[in-house]
Design a protein around this ligand. Structure first.
Ligand code: SF4
Length: 346
């Protein structure tokens, strides 16, 4: 179901609502962007528990996302997409009743059509830092950012009343590269089912306990997870963890600022001392490559050395096509994740 907001106060609050609240009919109203959030956190929000406001860095991230949204949509239009952005002053409100007591509401970023073909589809716009952008391209939205797929599915059903292909458009905030992923209609349908299954126990909790702020649903995430570390209710839910987050990590060896400064200076000095020989090596190899290309054999004796022209073939994976062809479970078996840590100095 869709409706437009009219009153100025309503418009102003359209984008700054709590993630969950009780409406005038006594329904539990959850924001579409938070539909897959921790259910205990949604309960805290709805029942008026005190939350920790976002810090300056988090506010900057949020403001960057909002500011870049029209930039992404303009770029899509230039690339041939037919795009209809949301009217910022009169956004279309989508309301979807997911359980007898829970409804999800939100405001789609835009709708549009793919170049050359396609029916009108929801476009969900996201901005990501460089590594999260690469992760999204490699893993696909359902695996890297399932919340955004749930959001697109909720808007699709809210606007069109049926499953349709939906589009997640993402911009890398580092170099402003952008890309799109089309979520086929059958996966949009599954995303809606997953969201309904996720919120159903919260609806049951409400039906059993009423709007009791003291009776809390189970925690959905473990202490120490990134979800909890960025949760505005961490101090209420896991007070010990909130203190730990402020205390220094005992297992990390203590390094003074002066030691860190000396390490940077040592690194830069070592890098500078290597730069000249590395440049000379590269120049010599370029000369030899040109010479070897004119030889009849891939190996030649020169002085007391054997010089070889080595050819290797590299294979590239088109992640976009892979993501379109495979469902998230199959992709998870093919594209696996490895985490490494390193320090970069620039
Ligand atoms: S701290 Fe973690 S478990 Fe507790 S409400 Fe927040 S996300 Fe949920």
């Amino acid at each position: 179901m869709k409706e437009s907001l009219d009153a100025p106060a309503e418009r102003a609050s359209a984008y700054d609502r709590p993630n969950a609240s009780f409406d005038w009919e006594g329904q539990l109203e959850v924001r579409a962007s938070a539909a897959m959030s921790c259910r205990r956190a949604l309960w805290y929000a709805a029942t008026g528990h005190e939350s920790t406001p976002p810090d300056d860095a988090a506010l900057t991230v949020m403001e960057t996302g909002r500011a870049l949204e029209p930039v992404v949509l303009n770029a899509m239009q230039r690339a041939g997409w037919e795009v209809e952005p949301a009217d910022a002053g009169r956004p279309t409100k989508v309301v979807l009743q997911l359980t007898p007591t829970v409804k999800v509401t939100g405001h789609p970023d835009a709708t549009g059509r793919m170049p050359l073909f396609g029916e009108e589809a929801v476009i969900e716009v996201k901005t990501r830092g460089p590594s999260a952008f690469k992760r999204w391209q490699a893993l696909g939205a359902e695996r890297s950012h399932p919340d955004s797929v749930a959001q697109a599915a909720l808007y699709t059903y809210g606007l069109f009343g049926e499953a349709r292909d939906a589009v997640v458009a993402t911009m890398d905030t580092g170099d402003r590269t952008w890309d799109t992923e089309v979520i086929p209609a059958e996966r949009v349908e599954r995303a809606l089912e997953r969201t309904s299954e996720w919120l159903a126990p919260l609806g049951a909790h409400y039906a059993t306990h009423g709007a009791d702020p003291e009776s809390l649903p189970e925690r959905d995430f473990e202490a120490g997870s990134w979800r909890c570390r960025s949760c505005p209710f961490l101090a209420t839910c896991l007070p010990g963890d909130a203190e730990d987050a402020e205390a220094p990590d005992e297992e990390t060896p203590e390094v003074t600022d002066e030691e860190a400064r000396q390490a940077v200076a040592a690194y830069v000095a070592a890098r500078e001392s290597l730069r000249e020989p590395e440049g000379a090596k590269r120049q010599a190899l370029d000369i030899l490559k040109g010479w070897m290309r004119r030889q009849s054999s891939a190996k030649a004796e020169l002085g007391n050395h054997t010089v070889s022209l080595v050819r290797s073939t590299r294979y590239a994976v088109d992640h976009k096509r892979l993501n379109a062809l495979l469902d998230p479970e199959a992709r998870a078996e093919i594209v696996t994740e490895q985490i490494s840590e390193s320090v970069r100095i620039s």
